[in-house]
Write a protein of this length. Structure first.
Lengths: 115, 112
């Protein structure tokens, strides 16, 4: 598999706390993306970070990327019960400088935020 | 409103039946994808298309087939459904920009 691991597999926190999820991958990438999936539904795109970027923010989301370690993290600050969902990282891999043009997904982290 | 639509939402069908899962998008995206996802598991790419009359097999071998006759339409067909095909099938499209993929709500298929 092109994709590595996400950890933790499950995370349970209280409202107001921060949630951090990590993603590792195996190949060179063009970009890395994070998605959210509510139970039994389709995925919603959250944020995209390119291989030449190290950090990106969007509202309460902060994503970091370390291409030397082939890893990324997603931080959700001041979590809410409505943030309860599965979170997936996905990589747009490259070979010989050319994007594969398709995303490979990790196994996901199940986040539960208790009111 | 630009969006991506999958029908049916749920399908329970007997072994040996032929089924077609529909996927349509109104965003004019050239790239479309089918992913298979078992409950609580990762997504596996089974088919993708870069435009009309272009289809490719994905990373996970699948007995399903796809067609892309129109930009907006990317149906997936199983000629003879089996219980091993029971899964959720997710359709997505992209514009190659910074907006990532747009996913449909999925079709949950159960073959009995």
């Amino acid at each position: 598999s092109q994709q590595g691991e996400e950890d933790p597999q499950a995370l349970s926190i209280q409202e107001g706390e921060n949630a951090t999820m990590n993603c590792s991958y195996k190949t060179s990438i063009n970009n890395l993306q994070w998605y959210r999936q509510n139970s039994g539904r389709g995925l919603v795109h959250l944020i995209l970070i390119r291989s030449n970027e190290r950090e990106k923010h969007s509202g309460r989301l902060r994503v970091t990327l370390d291409t030397s370690k082939k890893s990324s993290s997603l931080l959700i600050t001041a979590s809410r019960a409505a943030d309860t969902a599965s979170y997936f990282c996905a990589t747009d891999g490259v070979a010989g400088g050319t994007s594969y043009g398709k995303l490979t997904f990790g196994q996901g982290t199940i986040l539960t935020v208790h009111p | 409103e630009a969006d991506i639509y999958q029908t049916p939402r749920y399908l329970v069908i007997g072994t040996g039946k032929k089924i077609t899962l529909e996927c349509s998008q109104t965003m004019g995206h050239d790239k479309m994808y089918w992913y298979q996802q078992d409950p609580g598991m990762e997504l596996h790419l089974i088919h993708y298309s870069y435009g009309v009359n272009s289809t490719e097999k994905g990373d996970l071998s699948s007995e399903s087939t796809v067609s892309r006759i129109r930009t907006e339409h990317f149906p997936l067909t199983l000629e003879s459904a089996r219980p091993s095909h029971t899964s959720q099938y997710l359709c997505a499209s992209s514009d190659q920009g910074s907006n990532g993929y747009t996913f449909g709500s999925g079709t949950r298929l159960t073959v009995v």
